[in-house]
Design a binder for this molecule. Structure first.
Ligand code: HEC
Ligand code: HEC
Length: 207
């Protein structure tokens, strides 16, 4: 009997811990964050950050601090984008931290590659880089499955290939300049359009 009681209380403790671990936000922070998303973000990024329109990035499952950094960069203009600059103009630092937590806690919807699966050029670039051009493997910073490494290296897997390709081109043309030490600009400038398309397609299918 005592054993059973111990077992049951253990289960209760386990479930109460998982319930607490669900969100870092207090209930009032959660209400406020959802209000911001419903007012400003939902049309393009969806309530759970799994945007359907492929030019708008999925935010679900992205590292919290990375999201907050991007929002700050849009606000300061370090990352130039007219639409996103308008979205963040009236957000406080606390709002941006809470939005980071909220989206990082949503599950990203997986997708698939169109042409660049196992054995493709896209996979080769992702896993091994391009040695004769001095391009490091994407996996060395973004992780073997593209899940990223918090806080500096963003998650890439399952992202819309159209968005990933647009970012690679933005880095290549130095339209996006908020990558520390120009790390992504240096890499993108060594890639051809075909190589960028291939790796972006492979990344869309990564799980
Ligand atoms: C009208 C559509 C639109 C709305 C509304 C919108 N976004 Fe965006 N968002 C975009 C686009 C397009 C980009 C890509 C910008 C670029 O190319 O640099 C983006 C990029 C981002 C990024 C960077 C993601 C990454 O992986 O680097 C974050 C974070 C973000 N948005 C959060 C938000 C939040 C939070 C809101 C609401 C406060 C919001 N967005 C509202 C269209 C939108
Ligand atoms: C040496 C480390 C490193 C390597 C190698 C690397 N990246 Fe990155 N990447 C970064 C960092 C750091 C950022 C974040 C930039 C920022 O803070 O805005 C980034 C950002 C990105 C982004 C923007 C994500 C977003 O949603 O904002 C894309 C896309 C990307 N990398 C693709 C790639 C691809 C494809 C490769 C391989 C060809 C690659 N990266 C190799 C370090 C790296």
């Amino acid at each position: 009997m005592i054993r059973i009681i111990q077992f049951v209380s253990l289960i209760i403790v386990f479930f109460s811990f998982t319930a607490i671990a669900e969100t870092k936000l207090s209930s009032s922070e959660l209400v406020n964050t959802k209000k911001i998303i419903n007012n400003l973000c939902i049309a393009c990024h969806a309530i759970d950050g799994n945007s359907v329109i492929t030019v708008n990035p999925k935010l679900a499952g992205q590292h919290a601090a990375y999201i907050t950094k991007q929002l700050n960069n849009f606000k300061s203009g370090l990352r130039e984008n007219v639409v996103m600059a308008g979205m963040v103009a009236n957000l406080t630092e606390e709002d941006m931290i809470n939005l980071g937590h909220y989206f990082s806690e949503q599950n990203i919807l997986l997708s698939s590659a169109i042409e660049n699966g196992v054995g493709s050029l896209g996979e080769n670039i992702f896993r091994a880089g391009i040695k004769n051009k001095g391009v490091a493997a994407c996996a060395s910073c973004h992780g073997p499955s593209g899940h990223g490494i918090p806080d500096k290296y963003p998650r890439l897997n399952a992202q819309h290939s159209e968005y990933t390709l647009a970012q690679l081109n933005a880095f290549r043309l130095e339209l996006r300049k908020n990558d520390p030490a120009g790390v992504m600009r240096t890499i993108a400038q060594k890639l051809t359009e075909h190589e960028m398309q291939s790796v972006a397609d492979y990344i869309q299918g990564l799980r």
